[in-house]
Write a new protein. Sequence first.
Length: 365
Amino acid sequence: MGGDQREDDRTNDLPARIEAALVDFLDEQAERLAPLGADAAELLAAARGSVAGGKRLRARFCYWGYRAVRPDPSPAQEAALVRACAALELLHASALVHDDYMDASDTRRGRPATHRAFEARHREAGWTGDPVQYGAAAAILLGDLLLSWADELLRRCGLPLTEVGPALEVFDLCRSEVIAGQFLDVSVQARAAADVAQAMTVLRYKSAKYSVERPLHVGAALAGADDDLLAQLSGFGLPVGEAFQLRDDQLGVFGEPATTGKPAGDDLVEGKRTVLVALALQALDRTGDDDAAADLDRSLGTPLGPDDVARLRVTIERSGAREAVERVIGELTGRALASLDGAGLPAGAATALRELALAATRRTS
């Protein structure tokens, strides 16, 4: 019983331990950058804000990817693993900082987005030059710094470099995929057109892989997984990641600001050509509702008031797209859990991954 209790304590406080690893790492960076003075300190403060909060899903998937291979790590391995998992949170923070700037988002988790916060700082101080440009520069640099730190933290997590090396190869691929996926998203929005297949490709590479599949692979590779096990983890992780992002698409239109931390209908204002929107336009075209389709299409990416958002929500709901996305989320989750059941993973890892999959796909924020 004592061993079981220690195991429960070790896994239940995982988000807190990941948080502590991030704080320790940023404290170390603060010491390094202290000679640069107050401006560097302000950048560090923004970095701390960018990694604060969140569900730590990517780090937790990484953790259980490792323990799917090594179910009983030593205390030293456990401490190093937590640091490695924290690297995924730095990658995520980097992506969010850049994403918010590219989408011209005003808020993130209920706080001003990084570029908006630095823009406001410029205005308040009465500095010369363009405050918008200053905010943009700060967000780009902070995102780059977080991306660099993610690599550094994984390399210096504390495990032997012979074990870290295979995980770094996965991490390299992960970063390439998410950056290229982000460019696909930007390009789709610029063309103002995307069918369901294109929207799914963007979803897969911009979010699904780096949110679930690759974190699992990073953790498993750290533990020495072979290609067969990585493929088994993909059978679980990729559909969970896709369902996770489809849930995000639903929340981007139908979510409540009090729980999402984003304005109502934020994806509509930003002009996101998501699977939800593509399905709605497809359904409206199929039923010959040309006026509603044209209204939805031309409204994307424009300033929208509460009444406009409410109108477009009704249009999307009436098209059947919201219900269709819910069905796909259910199908993907079911496929992932069936793959997990057949993977023969250690019981503790299988149970934890099942719980994470359900948390990722059923969330409300």
